[in-house]
Design a protein. Structure first.
Length: 246
């Protein structure tokens, strides 16, 4: 399977991905801001706006997979009614610990559960959640189709799937600029801030090998989701995909 541009044995990829995130966990937020010029905040706001979690008193259970540092969970809890409950699931205990620490700081931790788990084999029963979100996570999993099947399985009928992920730049001119920026500047910033550029080379390469908007939409539909659709943001640098379990 692809690990960035390298080919690695299927069983090897997740371990390599885990090493990347264990290494960057404590600097993860500042790196996001530096590398995206703060744009990741707007993209995450857009995803939560599209989810538009109910503000009323009805219970609403959201699973945020690859929940890392709690960025998505925090936004959802801010936007939703008081009976919204978040479950953060991440394969990296280091990223999850960072998330717990931050949710405690913001006072949202009592409405959160933290669970170490793999997107490809979620440790939750069928039909448990009203919504499933995943931001900048799915391109790290070894089998995207298995992760989508798991998302479908744990959603209740009527449940919503939303995924924020890097995608294909579709503005002529911006693509060349974006290439130059990502292949040179991002590993360089990574090296300065974390002392190691290699994890960031992987991150950039994994963006290029991820399916584009239409291909990913087809995968979501193939997993059984209805009304699969997407919105491209910032010229396609990222896209938000949506689907419903009917
Ligand atoms: N969602 C957060 C955000 O948007 O800031 C974190 C995104 S971070 C780029 C990717 C996260 O995916 C890391 O925390 C990593 O540990 C997690 N991850 C990687 N492979 C995973 C898997 N197979 N299952 C669950 N989480 C995984």
């Amino acid at each position: 399977v692809a690990f960035g541009y390298r080919r690695v044995a299927e069983g090897e990829k997740q371990g390599l991905v885990n090493e990347v995130f264990a290494r960057v966990a404590s600097r993860y937020d500042i790196m996001n801001d530096l590398m995206s010029g703060g744009l990741h905040r707007l993209w995450k706001d857009d995803m939560v706006a599209w989810l538009s979690p109910p503000k009323g008193p009805a219970p609403y259970a959201v699973l945020d997979v690859a929940g890392g540092t709690g960025d998505i969970a925090q936004r959802i809890l801010q936007a939703a009614g008081r009976n919204c409950r978040m479950t953060l699931c991440d394969i990296s205990p280091d990223m999850l610990a960072e998330g717990r620490r931050r949710m405690q700081q913001t006072g949202f931790a009592r409405r959160c559960r933290f669970s170490v788990g793999n997107a490809e084999a979620l440790p939750f029963p069928d039909r448990s959640f009203d919504a499933y979100t995943i931001a900048f996570g799915i391109r790290n999993v070894t089998h995207i189709d298995r992760a989508l099947a798991e998302a479908y399985r744990v959603l209740k009928p009527g449940g919503r799937f939303l995924c924020l992920e890097f995608s294909e730049v579709d503005i002529p001119g911006l693509d060349a600029l974006y290439d130059a920026y990502s292949f040179t500047a991002i590993p360089a910033i990574g090296k300065i801030v974390t002392g190691d550029g290699a994890p960031y080379r992987y991150l950039v390469e994994s963006i290029r090998t991820f399916p584009n908007q239409e291909a990913f939409k087809a995968m979501i539909a193939a997993a059984g989701f209805s009304r699969a659709t997407y919105r491209s943001l910032s010229g396609g640098i990222v896209a938000i995909h949506s689907g419903w379990r009917i």
